[in-house]
Design a protein around this ligand. Structure first.
Ligand code: BGC
Length: 715
């Protein structure tokens, strides 16, 4: 078995090498030929945008315009050429896919592929060439306003989901864009904040998803971040862009700036940026890599050769996309190809599998035999989230709210009443007592209650451009939840949020708790299916939920949001569960946690070590059995722990996982392969990944704090 896995890997590696050698050679020749025909002025025109989301074409050479668009949840509503306003198209309503936090909480890499395929098809239908996704920054603080757009506090989980999503989307003929490179882990002062981070944390926590996207998914573009890293703006940062991305990882695609993230012509020219997108001033000539660059070259201050590498990379991407000579996108008949029923099915599948059951005191699934009246409470029961959050603005073909989902599913047999419970307001601390009183009345009159609370995409919550002020629920929701729980203890809470919120003041009284990110156009359908038991919840947390902000590592060990323009990541590699587990701090819900309507048992643990030349593989196998009464899916998590090492290491680190579907009573054998990197750490003195000979423990379980199988190996 060991042998066949290794041979299979070598064979596919050989195929990939053969394919890329052939392609790269012919692509390079074509690119060089084109490059030699371009004037300096034309070259300069290619390395910056000409509208907010396009680059200019050079028709005499068949060089097309590049059409870019956001973002992670689907293709953004069409933008006006010279402002952030909508272009007001009537045919650009698209699929609204679940946010990447939700995708990651499925822990299903095949779903990441399905997401990428559907997403890629929508982008092609909209005539886009480069899609500005996925966002892969690490959840460092619970307060980051963009956590919901990213995937996890864990670099391995983020990498696995990102690689499949990118590969699938790019297979449809578009380029994806890994963003925001790097260390854009907060929105507070995002345009100026300087991040000081250790080399080890950079390599082990903040870069792996980018590295995997480049090396494994061959992502065709990367977007630099707004912030500074060790004193240099990320988009002009020679260490990040030239040294690591291009030299070490061999990135061949183009590096674009985040919108308006360039600050200096000389540094942008020399330090690895290839394409400058939109300065906030908004007109063409203010691009640092526009007229000022041309002037500097003409004055002999900048070597014209630096432009060649940038143009070469842009042309390389165009050749890889096969778009040379392509005319402007034809939007006739476009609407029918967007938000199709197939894509909606994909959105639904991801939504269903992403919902996380955090507490269940026999309240779920809803007992529809005894529930004749159901009170649905909370603004999030009727709120649509597609059209918010910043650059991820989706004009959704439709979005089914939780209330609509329940009405469709059980509205014929159950009398559903609704109360808003809290009002969305600019003042996050505002409490509307009359809405609470009305909700209490509605709750008391019903057999059961479902309260949909949490966050939304208003500024100061899960929204680009601002961070959350704290981890507290806004708009008096704690008061509402407590009052409703008192009025009717038969209450299930559904938290819709893309980041952690404090729940300590009422959690002990809640009978059931579901946690879910923004899960797209089929939100209501998926939630109704899970609440009624048609779908057994199988999502697991991709980030730790601490009891309170003060427990989180960026608060205890590090700094947030920084002082005098600099934020020191003294929390180092101790991000998320790496901190909570190692330092023995109990969170409210641990990383990787999620319940099911059934139960699972793990058994028959076996570890095989395979080594071929210098390449080490470890095959971990075990059985997972569904020991409950209903069909369900389990995510088995594999963690590696080094028992003794020269540098301090986390108690355990996620290095593998597998999701399996099991009928009641069914058992299946799962296999997870750990590669060499799974055992290594980054040694900043030696400037390399180190595998220390010695003892390791390989731990398998249902969450980071629920290890069910454990065995030692020696390497
Ligand atoms: C965001 C990017 C986005 C870009 C274009 C920026 O403000 O940070 O994520 O892709 O705008 O909309």
């Amino acid at each position: 078995m060991k042998k066949s896995i290794t041979l299979l890997m070598l064979a596919s590696l050989f195929n990939i090498m053969l394919y890329s050698c052939k392609t790269t050679e012919s692509v390079d020749q074509k690119v060089d030929a084109l490059l030699s025909k371009l004037t300096l002025e034309e070259k300069i025109s290619l390395i910056h945008g000409n509208t907010y989301f396009t680059t200019p074409a050079i028709p005499r050479l068949g060089i097309p315009a590049l059409h870019l668009s956001d973002g992670p949840c689907g293709v953004r509503e069409e933008n006006a050429p010279y402002s952030w306003e909508s272009a007001n198209w009537t045919n650009d309503a698209t699929a609204y896919f679940p946010a990447l936090t939700a995708l990651a909480s499925t822990w299903d890499t095949e779903l990441a592929t399905e997401f990428g395929n559907a997403y890629g098809e929508e982008a092609v239908a909209r005539g886009k060439d480069i899609m500005l996704a996925p966002g892969m920054n690490i959840h460092r603080t619970p307060l980051n306003g963009r956590n919901w757009e990213y995937m996890s506090e864990d670099p391995f989980l983020t990498s696995r989901m990102a690689v499949n999503y990118i590969k699938a989307a790019q297979s449809k003929g578009i380029a994806m864009c890994a963003k925001h490179y790097a260390l854009n882990n907060q929105e507070f002062e995002r345009g100026t904040i300087n991040v000081e981070v250790s080399e080890r944390a950079l390599r082990e926590i903040y870069l792996p998803a980018f590295e995997a996207s480049v090396k494994e998914a061959e992502v065709l573009s990367v977007m630099g971040a707004y912030n500074k890293v060790r004193g240099n703006y990320a988009c002009q940062n020679p260490y990040l862009l030239q040294k690591i991305l291009k030299e070490e990882w061999g990135f061949r695609g183009l590096v674009m700036s985040d919108w308006g993230a360039v600050h200096n012509t000389f540094e942008a020219a020399y330090n690895g940026l290839d394409l400058e997108m939109l300065p906030m001033q908004g007109t063409k000539n203010t691009y640092y890599m526009g007229q000022p660059l041309l002037d500097s070259i003409k004055a002999g201050k900048i070597d014209p050769k630096v432009v060649d590498d940038k143009v070469r990379r842009i042309l390389y991407v165009m050749e890889m996309l096969n778009i040379m000579g392509k005319a402007e996108p034809d939007t006739t008949g476009m609407a029918a190809k967007l938000g199709t029923s197939e894509h909606a099915k994909t959105a639904l599948k991801i939504a269903e599998e992403s919902i996380i059951l955090l507490k269940n005191n026999q309240s779920l699934p809803l007992n529809l035999k005894s529930i004749k009246t159901l009170a649905v409470i909370g603004d999030n029961a009727t709120r649509k989230h597609a059209h918010g959050g910043g650059s991820t603005v989706i004009k959704a073909k439709y979005e089914i709210t939780p209330l609509e989902g329940l009405q469709t599913k059980i509205g014929n047999s159950v009398k559903i009443s609704y109360a808003q419970g809290y009002a969305v307001s600019n003042d996050l601390k505002a409490i509307d007592k009359s809405l609470i009183a009305e909700a209490v009345k509605t709750a008391a009159a019903a057999d059961a209650v479902i309260l949909f609370g949490g966050l939304n995409h208003e500024p100061g919550l899960d929204c680009e451009g601002t961070d959350k002020p704290d981890m507290k629920l806004p708009y008096g929701q704690n008061e509402l939840i407590k009052a409703v729980l008192k009025a009717n203890p038969n209450t299930v809470i559904v938290m819709i949020a893309g980041s952690p919120v404090e729940m300590g003041s009422w959690i002990q009284d809640a009978k059931g708790l579901l946690y879910t990110s923004y899960i797209g156009m089929e939100t209501g359908t998926a939630l109704a299916e899970v609440l009624t038991g048609d779908i057994n919840p199988s999502g697991k947390l991709t980030y730790t939920i601490p009891y309170k902000l003060e427990d989180s590592p960026s608060y205890v060990l590090g700094e947030y949001p920084g002082k005098n323009g600099t934020v020191k990541y003294n929390d180092d590699i101790w991000v998320g569960y790496r901190y909570f587990d190692t330092k023995n701090v109990k969170p409210m819900f641990p990383f990787g946690f999620g319940l099911s309507y059934t139960t699972f048992a793990y058994d028959n643990y076996k570890i095989d070590i395979a080594k071929k030349n210098e390449t080490l593989y470890c095959v971990v196998s075990f059985d997972v059995k569904n020991t409950g009464q209903v069909e369900g899916k389990e995510i088995a998590e594999v963690y590696v722990s080094e028992l003794k090492s020269a540098l301090p290491r986390p108690l355990k680190e996620l290095k593998g996982f597998a999701k399996v579907s099991l009928k009641a009573g069914e058992s299946k054998k799962l296999e997870v392969i750990l590669d060499k990197r799974a055992f290594q750490y980054y040694d900043p003195d030696k400037k390399q990944w180190i595998l220390e000979p010695g003892k390791f423990e390989i731990l398998v379980g249902g969450s980071s704090d629920n290890i069910l199988l454990k065995e030692q190996i020696e390497l």
